[in-house]
Design a protein around this ligand. Structure first.
Ligand code: FAD
Length: 318
């Protein structure tokens, strides 16, 4: 019997990656993989066919211009009703995880979150590998009830360009419930916090910084390296010096270079940076955990090391 796969994420790049994995799964299950697009004024569907979608379901309504739970959940549920997928892959973004859990509850099925490995087992169930304990171990779980729902973080799977350039588009007319929350104001995020996930170079601050004004040292280093600035949770959540943090409860990053300044390297922070290609740590304690996961360790005071490093790099760049 053929079983279909449905993929959804509000993040287009992540949706392409879900189609890559979903395509593999659909091949094994003898079914097809579909992409679900939800929004208002949806365009640019060709890209999804180019990256493997056999079919695209569209729910397009002005009520869906911004994310709100009830109308988005209704859109996903209606699509599931129409497409009858055996497997549903959703992006493990904050919104994706919220939505996946509600959809699973409505269907009285399970939901495995943050899956970095997915296979259909011999009994046709979904077998997932999930990072556990802040990413220090991998737990393998099996979903026993269909439809099997899994959320997948960015970059867990590759997008795969397909030879097929077209497929079927199904536009669904969904009766959308009103949102229970009214959004009073929307504001752009500050520029510094945008695109951390995509940044090739990140310099990051921890509690080694004694004063908000001292972040200028980090800004100067970021300027020479063309880097984005990140931080640990206390810097953002407790002190409010930056808006968002990196780690298990914050952003997960995968830059080519991550420079950790005055960061101890707790398991919660490490979970967000372990996909970095090169980690450089600057910490005045020789025994700080961050050194264990670093490619280069600088034992020293950030207040002396950072200005010296910035100066040396400026001279090198010219
Ligand atoms: C449920 C939960 C979720 C969490 N999620 C996250 C998360 O997503 N991300 C996250 O970051 N944290 C998270 N935390 C918090 C986490 O446990 C740590 O408290 C936090 O990561 C520590 O941040 P830090 O390294 O900046 O501070 P500290 O652990 O206080 O480390 C400061 C470091 O700076 C060094 N230092 C001090 N002065 C200097 C100097 N002058 N020069 C050089 N080095 C210096 C010290 O040696 C020390 O190693 C979470 C906690 C909980 C309970």
């Amino acid at each position: 019997m053929s079983v279909n796969v449905l993929a959804y994420s509000e993040d287009r790049e992540l949706l392409l990656q879900l189609l890559g994995k979903g395509g593999d799964m659909a091949e094994k299950a003898g079914g097809e993989v579909s992409a679900l697009l939800i929004g208002s004024g949806i365009s640019g569907t060709d890209e999804f066919f180019r990256y493997g979608a056999d079919k695209i379901y569209i729910v397009d309504d002005s009520k869906l211009e911004h994310f709100s739970l009830e109308p988005y959940r209704a859109s996903v549920l209606e699509t599931i009703e129409e497409a009858s997928p055996g497997f549903i892959l959703m992006g493990a973004t904050k919104r994706g995880k919220e939505l996946a859990a509600r959809v699973a509850a409505a269907l009285d099925t399970g939901c495995m979150t943050e899956c970095v490995g997915l296979e259909i087992d011999d009994e046709g169930r979904l077998r997932a590998e999930r990072l556990a304990y802040g990413g220090s171990t991998i737990s393998t779980q099996v979903s026993k009830k269909a439809p099997h729902i899994a959320t997948v973080p960015a970059r867990a799977f590759d997008k795969i360009e397909s030879t097929s350039r077209s497929g079927e588009i199904v536009v669904l007319d969904v009766e959308l419930p009103d949102a229970r929350l009214e959004v009073i104001e929307r504001r752009e995020k500050s520029r510094g916090d945008l695109g951390l996930e995509e940044a090739p170079v990140i310099v990051s601050a921890g509690r080694g910084f004694k004063d908000q004004g001292d972040l200028k040292l980090l800004e100067e280093l970021a300027g020479v390296l063309g880097a984005k600035m990140g931080c640990t949770r206390p810097i953002a959540a407790d002190l409010g010096w930056m808006e968002e943090w990196i780690g298990i409860s914050g952003r997960k990053v995968a830059p080519k270079l991550y420079v950790a300044c005055g960061i101890s390297g707790t398991i919660q922070h490490a979970a967000g940076i372990r996909d970095s290609q090169i980690i450089v740590s600057i910490n005045n304690s020789e025994t700080a955990n961050i050194h264990e996961m670093s490619d280069f360790s600088l034992v020293g005071d950030i207040y002396t090391v950072l200005p010296a490093l910035t100066k040396a790099l400026k001279e090198k760049v010219g």
